[in-house]
Every structure is written in C-alpha cells, then in structure tokens.
Design a binder for this molecule. Structure first.
Ligand SMILES: *Cc1c(COP(=O)(O)O)cnc(C)c1O
Length: 376
C-alpha cells in the first residue's frame, strides 16, 4: 500500500529535470536516503528502474570480464544476481544454502580457500522468495579480512529492518521503492562507499552499460556539476521524496518495531492454524512471512478465495517452493494490525469451512494476545 501523501506527490505538476527547483528535490532525496541507509556516503542516489536495475547497476559497475564474485544463493534473488555476474563476463562462485536458510559464513570461507583472488561478495539480506534473514555482520568481517568489496541486496529490507551501511562496511547496496518504502515501483535507491568508487575509477575497461554507468550518472546527482545524462523520472522522484519523508517522520526504530510486532502477531495466529514459518526462528524476515502449506490444503485455490472474497493478495511459492508455501507481505504501509487481523480472520473462516480448523477465534485470539502484551 502507498500512503495518500505519496499518491498526491505523484500528481505534482512537472518541471524540467534541470530546473533548480528539481535539483532541490534531488538533494532532499539524497539526504533522506542517507538516513534510511544509515550512511554518510556522498554517492547515494535513486537509480532509474526497479530493484533489479539496482542489482544490474551493482554488477555492471564493479565487475569486469574475468573478475570473480562470490554470490550467496538460497533463493530466487541470489540466483538472479549470479547470472548477472556471468552476463558481465565475471565468474560467479556460488555458495549455496537450502532455500529458507541463511548462507553459512563457514561455507564462504571454504569457497575462498578453493578459489583464487575474489573481487567482491554479493549477498541478499532479505530473501523475499523464502522469508530468510541473512545476518550481515559475520560476512562483513570476512569481506574485510579477504579484501573483497561487500555488495548487499536490501530490496525488501530497507525501511523495514536495519540496513547499516557504514557500521557494517557495506560497499554497494541497492533497494527498491515498492517494498518497505511503500512507494510505487520504479526507482532503486543505491549507495556506493568510497572504496567502491575507487574500484569503479580503477576499471580497466569502460562500464558495459551506458545507462547504468555510475561514473556518468554521478555528474548529474553531484551538486555543482549537474550534467544531463538521462531524463530523470520526475514524478517518481516526487513520490520517493514523500515516501522517505514518511519514513523519517515515523523514525527508523519505531518503524522497525512496528514491522516486528505485526510479524509476531501474524505468526502467533498462523501457528494456531497449523501454518509454520519455513525459516528458523532466528532467521525470519519481519516484513515477509513464508509459511509451509500442509499438503492437504489446495494452496492456489485458497489464495484465489482470499483475493476474490476478501480482497487480500498473498504470494505463492517461487521456483522449488511453488505450490508449497505462502508468502505474506507486511511491508511499510501494509504492516498494520488491521491487516494482520483481517487476513487471520479470513483464513480462519476458510479453514473452518473446509474442516481444517474446529475452534473459531483461535488465530485471532493468539494475535490479539501479542498486541495486548505490547500495549500493557
Ligand atoms: C523484489 C526484489 C528484487 C527485484 O526487484 P524488482 O523491483 O522486482 O526489480 C531484488 N531482490 C530482492 C530481494 C527482491 O525482493
């Protein structure tokens, strides 16, 4: 869901992308993005395109033919990232974990012992396809010890859980606007450390993408130069500024706590219906709950009923999890007590009708207990 203030911002009358007033909008976005990324990185911008544009930009700028990159793979998005590395002529060293589990730092060390020099390590913080949370601190220290650039996909996490660029020494990080930032899809927040900028400067060959060449785009975003590169998506930038203002007004700690509370309440309710999260307790995303659907439940049919009868859309499984899990997003504006209780009520009713649940109210009561515990 998108806040009405963001929808209204989308309708702001258009001005030129070199208009001094618009350059002010860009400055605001950069400052607000630095706050949400918890960084002082000068190079913090919004790339034109969805989250995958951020992914593509991270690789085309930092990876040259022949470079080796370790990519953590435990779901759809790590897999996509590895293929991007290969399309750029790099070597993707795949370090895998079962879907639903985080990447084990020990497995990365093993891969490093077997390989030659590795330029970068790429890892997804919040795997939206499995609901698995990747702790980044142990990986950050590996990157420092082995002098690898540290690339992080924070598409689903940014604005819903801590993404601490400076504290964790992350060199390249991107996100998307339509997940926990609650803005329409179309921009990819993107930040580069000085180390990443130096690596871009030291390239042997020009960036293979003209559109995503950060050395060129830097001149448009940098105060003082503002050279035309491509026409900025003006309306989307208006919307992003407003969405980031809303994040700022709520404050990061309060926002993270809200995501966690609604997550806890949803899990308490789902568990009463026999729906248990795929990832272990210590590795669950606050903003996306992935539960295993028991084999006797026709999962696609239930999702269709939820949408047609209750107007609620939840996600099915991707890849090997297709038909086996539900993925329930509680992101940004959508992470509310009302949404939790509405979905639990709808599921309870459908489960009772099919005879999979015999005690009306169990799921709602379990969720309500979580909320009252926090209120008291
Ligand atoms: C959604 C998502 C992407 C891709 O973003 P698009 O906006 O769909 O291009 C990349 N990585 C993760 C972890 C995502 O959840």
């Amino acid at each position: 869901m998108v806040h009405p203030r963001v929808l209204r911002a989308l309708t702001t009358p258009l001005i030129g992308h070199m208009d001094p007033a618009f350059l002010g909008v860009m400055n605001d976005i950069q400052a607000l993005l630095r706050a949400v990324f918890q960084t002082t990185n000068r190079f913090t911008i919004a790339v034109s395109g969805t989250g995958s544009a951020g992914m593509e930009a991270s690789i085309v700028n930092l990876v040259e033919p022949g470079d080796a990159v370790i990519v953590g793979i435990n779901g759809v998005f790590g897999t996509r990232w590895a293929t991007t590395v290969e399309r750029c002529g790099g070597t993707a060293i795949r370090v895998e974990a079962p879907w639903g589990e985080p990447i084990d730092p020990e497995a990365i060390e093993q891969a490093l012992r077997r390989s030659g020099p590795v330029k970068a390590l790429a890892i997804v913080q919040a795997e939206t396809s499995t609901g698995a949370w990747q702790p980044l601190e142990p990986i950050a220290s590996l990157c420092r010890t082995h002098d690898m650039l540290f690339l992080v996909d924070a598409v689903t996490s940014l604005g819903g859980a801590p993404v601490e660029i400076d504290r964790w020494g992350i060199d390249v990080c991107y996100s998307g606007t339509q997940k926990c930032l609650s803005c329409p899809p179309g921009l990819a927040p993107f930040t580069l450390s000085d180390r990443a900028l130096a690596a871009i400067k030291a390239r042997r060959s020009p960036c293979q993408s003209w559109y995503f060449d950060m050395a060129l785009i830097a001149d448009y975003w940098a105060e003082g130069s503002r050279a035309y590169h491509h026409t900025a998506p003006i309306s989307m930038l208006y919307a992003l500024r407003e969405a980031l203002r809303l994040v700022d007004e709520e404050g990061l700690p309060a926002r993270f706590a809200r995501h966690q509370l609604n997550h806890d309440a949803m899990i308490a309710g789902l568990s009463e219906l026999g729906l248990f999260p795929l990832p272990s307790k210590s590795h669950r995303l606050p903003m996306l709950i992935c539960v295993t659907v028991p084999p006797h439940i026709p999962e696609a049919e239930i999702r269709t009923s939820l949408l047609s009868t209750y107007g609620i859309e939840i996600g099915g499984g991707l890849g090997p999890l297709k038909g086996k899990v539900w993925r329930i997003g509680l992101m940004g504006e959508s992470s509310t007590e009302a949404h939790v209780l509405t979905l639990l009520n709808a599921l309870e009713e459908l489960f009772i009708r099919h005879g999979w649940c015999s005690t009306p109210g169990v799921a709602l009561q379990a969720a309500a207990r979580v909320y009252s515990r926090t209120a008291s």
